[in-house]
Design a protein around this ligand. Sequence first.
Ligand SMILES: Nc1ncnc2c1ncn2[C@@H]1O[C@H](COP(=O)(O)OP(=O)(O)OP(=O)(O)O)[C@@H](O)[C@H]1O
Ligand SMILES: [Mg+2]
Length: 345
Amino acid sequence: MSLSVKGLNVSYGKNHILKDINLEIESGEFVSILGKSGCGKTTLIKSIAGLLETDNGDIGIFDKNVAGLPPEKRQTVIVFQDLRLFPHMNVEDNIAFAMKLKKMDKAVIKEKVEKLLDQVRLSGYEKRKVSRLSGGQMQRVALARALGAEPKLLLLDEPFASLDEDLRKEMGELVRRLHRENGITTVMITHDKEEAMALSDRLALMEEGRILAFDSPERLYNSPKDEKIAAMLGDVNLFCGKVEGNTFTSDIISFKTDKKPGKYKLLLRPSELDVDNKGELGIKVSLKQISFGGEITELILEAEENEYKVRLPYGEFTKAEIKNGDELRLISRKNNDFILLEEEG
Ligand SMILES: Nc1ncnc2c1ncn2[C@@H]1O[C@H](COP(=O)(O)OP(=O)(O)OP(=O)(O)O)[C@@H](O)[C@H]1O
Ligand SMILES: [Mg+2]
């Protein structure tokens, strides 16, 4: 086990922030922590890195209990959102910082720095002052510096949050490649669900100081255990219905199921719905809003109290010939592997 957190509680004064956190991460895994602002993500990784005092609980890093160990003895490195590079130093000195502290041989340091610069595609920037780099380049130096400390556990606290979308994607790819090449167990905090799902072996979903779920992106997305978890990974449309005698019935669709009788909500993602302007099946809706987004067009549809979101691929939207105010039928494009969430109570 590369990281094992058991029954961890952390408070700031009287505020109980982390509540009984349990997390076990395998060696070499890439795990993302996803959750709203203020839910305790940074507090969690700071506790792991030894930057905060904990109330109680155990933290093990590579099977060693790190209680009482200072940050530098935990073999972890954090890359913070604000990077915290040394502005007066050049790129090379930033990256070599931890190696110099360890009194490594000069020639070895030089070789390692060269390799890291090559890995983050910054060869030739050795002597550049970090204050004269672009945002994306600074991000790369921060990653190289973190890797230069040869951590066993790499902790990334929203390292790309301030970058524009293209650069974010590029940095995401870079982190994925660095993870593959170096095999370092990595825990990354992010607000971005797509990024989290794309990069991670497993996702920890956090809310108000607790971990709600910890599983692979596919399992969390395809078999969420409740509405809240489903909604944390993407937009949802919910349709009330019931199971009676092996059949689920709802306004939008009915199908055979082996779920036990009772009330359920059928979950359909925006891309799993379609609109129809000819048929009689499905739910009567009116088209409230069209947001053209190039590849995908998003529709907001209304029916009585309910609002639904549908996403159509480019070709299908143009073919559908629909406009705001149209009365349409909302239908399901999905016809198997339905997600039924049991209604509580
Ligand atoms: N030094 C501190 N002193 C007191 N309270 C703090 C301190 N740092 C954070 N908090 C509080 O602890 C809670 C969790 O903060 P934390 O920084 O872990 O959230 P986060 O999930 O990382 O949020 P964000 O996504 O905005 O970075 C918040 O309510 C925050 O106000
Ligand atoms: Mg934070």
